[in-house]
Structure formats: structure tokens, C-alpha cells
Write a protein that binds this ligand. Sequence first.
Ligand SMILES: [Zn+2]
Ligand SMILES: [Zn+2]
Length: 120
Amino acid sequence: MGDLSAHFSKKEFACHCGCGFDQVKQELVAKLEKLRELCGGKPLRINSGCRCAKHNKTVGGAKNSQHLYGTAADVAQVPGISIDQMAKFAEQAGFDGIGKYNNRIHVDIRGCKARWDYRK
Ligand SMILES: [Zn+2]
Ligand SMILES: [Zn+2]
């Protein structure tokens, strides 16, 4: 049992710079639980959750990145599930923004639809 939901804990979403920013939105976590269920109940690894402005700059994040607001998460590819399939599950889970990358997907709750594919 995580401290945010059944399977997620604040520390998984904390900014990687060590600043302590981990104010992730509960709606995001609820949708991640749905995504986890759709992925067959396999654990989801959060590559990046919250980011302070400084860390967002360090990692080359978009200027107005949803990660700054605790409304986004990058989820590592689940072994045995393709990125396309994960993105489909993310649609079903009800995320607003869904981005495809080589080894992860980005999901967010920005309030309007956004789709991108940055795979190389
Ligand atoms: Zn930080
Ligand atoms: Zn992201």
C-alpha cells in the first residue's frame, strides 16, 4: 500500500534534484492506478513525476511542462507491453496528454487533449 494510493507513493513522484517537491495531483494518481490495472496489474515504474523549475531546465523539459505542476508522469515501458499498447491503455485510463518515447510514455491531466510521438 502506497501513501498516495494502493500502489503509488509520494517518493516515486518526488523531484529528482532532491528539493522535496512531490505535490502530485490525486487525479493523476487515480488514472495511473487505472493504467496499472489495464497493464495487467504489473508494477509501473515512474521515471519522472514532479519537477521544480530548476530540475526541469536541467533535464531539458518543456518550458510549461506539466511536470512542474504535479500533473504529469513519465512511465517506463512495462516488459512485454509495447509503447503503442501502453499509449492505448493510457487513452482508456482517461489521460489528457499522452506522449510516446522509445522506452517510456508521458501521461498528464492538462485539461485538454495532446498527443505526440518522439520515438526515434
Ligand atoms: Zn527539484
Ligand atoms: Zn513527461
